[in-house]
Ligand binder design. Sequence first.
Ligand SMILES: [Zn+2]
Length: 185
Amino acid sequence: MGRYSVKRYKTKRMTRQLDQIFDDLSTPESIQKLKNQEEDETLPGMGQYYCVQCAKYFFDNTSLKGHIRGKVHKRRVKELKVKPYTPEEADFAAGVNVEKYLDRVNKYKNEEEQRRLMEAELLKNQTEEYELRDRQKWEQMYPEKAVEEAQKKLEQESLEKKRALKKAQKYELEPLTDDEIQIDP
Ligand SMILES: [Zn+2]
């Protein structure tokens, strides 16, 4: 009996959680809100790396990225494509409230495709957006370091340009020897 009731309890809890996630994913506002949460030090990663479909916080962007590529997340995305069980369905099966059920099915058909497109669009580049956001936060926290880094990058680029120019000039003046061709193809 023990095992059976634990399983049933788990399924019930799971269904409730999925219902909640369907709600989370139902409007652009609710998705945006969950994607961009206030910092909260009681949450993993200060609540800054959230998977909306799995309702789960991650410690950093790298673990969120890994999660999104992984099995658990993909399974969840599949689960969310299945329409949630509704009390209307039970009624329909019992031959009660048939019209109400059919209304709901029609509404679902019309709206669900739009909703899915919206969801996919909003969650498409989530980890890239987080990367950019983290970078901006870092630049705000350490403006001197950011300037220093930008300068180094510029210097490096100009150095590389000079080298490339020099190389081009050299090859123009003196054609490659056989040795040079082999070493530096
Ligand atoms: Zn996930």
